[in-house]
Design a protein around this ligand. Structure first.
Ligand code: CA
Length: 239
């Protein structure tokens, strides 16, 4: 199964953008289909079953928000990246609250776009195993980064000789980051996985946890090296 081509559906009404992306994704070895409006997108999502969707917001027939809503009612895990004209803050909030994994504003950098696609696909193919890992504590037992030591078997954490008291929720989130070392995690994904996101919890909650992690584990919380923010993506843990 690992060798089969990943399928990417582009829901995009601007011909030159869609064709340009198809060309480049094709070079990367993906199988690509284009839907020129939201309704066709909905139909192709059902019939073709893509592994990832690149979604424009302003579309004929059915806009991207509506399409997103339809998809998320039936599939919460399919990676969806928004590719849209400059997004306002309220649109971004709307996207994430409707379950978008990532977004990029047009005009965009092609290499960055391709990298994000690759990471989303990689993450989603780990998805199921990852959920198990998060729930079962045997997967990651101990980790050392900088002057920090975390022992998940005892739920203990130390910064130097100083013990850090982690709550159950902090341990869960910390484990999620450490399991996914080097993989950017969106706030939405962290909410869904860490809290079983139901729509009432704001992505601010995630930010507050990161603030705490930095206080616990970073030498200089204002210039973090382990728990870094990625603009427009979320957070990433690196040793
Ligand atoms: Ca458009």
């Amino acid at each position: 199964m690992c060798n089969s081509k990943k399928k990417i559906l582009l829901v995009e009404d601007e011909f030159h953008i869609a064709e340009g992306l198809r060309f480049n994704l094709d070079l990367k070895g993906y199988e690509v289909n284009i839907a020129k409006d939201g309704l066709v997108g909905l139909e192709m999502w059902r019939k073709w079953k893509p592994d990832l969707i690149v979604l424009d917001l302003m579309l004929p027939a059915m806009d991207g928000f509506d399409l997103l809503e339809h998809i998320r009612k039936e599939d919460e895990r399919l990676p969806i990246i928004i590719l849209s004209a400059k997004l306002e803050a309220k649109d971004k909030v709307r996207c994430f609250s409707k379950g978008v994994d990532d977004y990029m504003s047009k005009p965009f950098d092609l290499n960055e776009f391709l990298l994000r696609i690759e990471r989303l696909l990689k993450r989603s193919s780990w998805g199921d195993g990852q959920k198990e890992i998060v729930g079962e504590s045997e997967a990651i037992e101990k980790i050392v980064f900088g002057s920090n030591r975390v022992d998940f078997t005892k739920n203990e954490a130390f910064n130097g000789s100083e013990a850090i008291n982690l709550t159950t929720q902090e341990i869960k989130l910390l484990k999620l980051f450490i399991t996914n070392e080097g993989v950017p995690l969106s706030r939405q994904y962290l909410l869904e996985t860490g809290w079983g996101y139901q729509g009432e919890i704001s992505t601010r909650t995630v930010d507050n946890f990161i603030v705490r992690f930095r206080k616990y584990f970073e030498k200089d919380p204002k210039n973090p090296i382990y728990f870094r923010s990625l603009r427009a993506v979320g957070y990433v843990f690196n040793r």
